[in-house]
Design a protein around this ligand. Structure first.
Ligand code: G6P
Ligand code: MG
Length: 213
């Protein structure tokens, strides 16, 4: 039986997918690299360094490790500038209600975020108390689509992977959930999330009774 739900943060709970997107787009423009929505979609759920490597795929020359570090840090500065002013108003509509409904149904809740900014975001959004367990990029060594982060979340809840459901807005995240042996709910567009077991347009449409009755 289902005993826990593990939520992604960026693009599922927090309205930050657009902020990450804008920060990468600004960086790409500054260094003269192409950036379209297709690239933007591929960056979703991918960690900072993996995202930079995707961005640099079409770079006309190689970048040194130091240069890559500096570029990733610059993107993070742009992102952080926007997040500084974040508050509960930057929760995606229905996100708090979705997590609360899971708790009310007697299930456990966890967060699995690839972001090193997740602790800051949780504090700003005022939702840290909604989760029984939180795993962010600071605690794991292998990024999504590796299953490590969802497995760590299940372990933190004291549950078997088969007792958990993952909720994700990114293809890399759906792949991570499935490799962990969990069912996946995709939030967003069908073309990007074709592998999801259930596809919803947004987190407001998440209804836990669909899985418990
Ligand atoms: C999330 C976002 C990605 C972001 C990643 C790392 O998965 O969806 O767009 O690249 O976190 O975030 P960070 O805040 O550590 O750069
Ligand atoms: Mg996400």
């Amino acid at each position: 039986a289902l005993k826990g739900v593990i939520f992604d943060l960026d693009g599922v709970i927090a309205d930050t997918a657009i902020v990450h997107h804008a920060a990468w787009k600004k960086l790409a423009a500054e260094i003269g690299l192409p950036f379209d929505d297709n690239v933007g979609e591929r960056l979703k759920g991918v960690d900072r360094r993996g995202s930079l490597d995707i961005l640099l795929e079409h770079a006309p020359h190689a970048y040194s490790e130091d240069e890559k570090e500096a570029l990733a840090a610059r993107k993070n500065d742009y992102y952080r500038q926007q997040i500084e002013s974040f508050g509960p108003q930057n929760l995606l509509p229905g996100a708090r209600a979705a997590v609360e409904s899971v708790r009310r149904a007697g299930l456990k809740t966890a967060l699995a975020s690839a972001s090193r900014n997740a602790p800051l975001l949780l504090e700003r959004l005022g939702i840290a108390d909604l989760f029984d367990y939180v795993v962010d990029a600071n605690h794991i060594s292998r990024a999504k689509p590796d299953p490590e982060i969802f497995l760590a979340a299940a372990r933190g809840l004291g549950l078997a992977p088969g007792e958990c459901l993952g909720v994700e807005d990114a293809a890399a995240g759906i792949a991570s959930i499935h490799s962990a042996g969990m069912r996946a709910v995709g939030i967003g567009q069908a073309q990007a999330l074709a592998g999801a077991d259930l596809l919803l347009p947004d987190v407001a449409a998440f209804d836990i009774s669909r899985f418990t009755t």
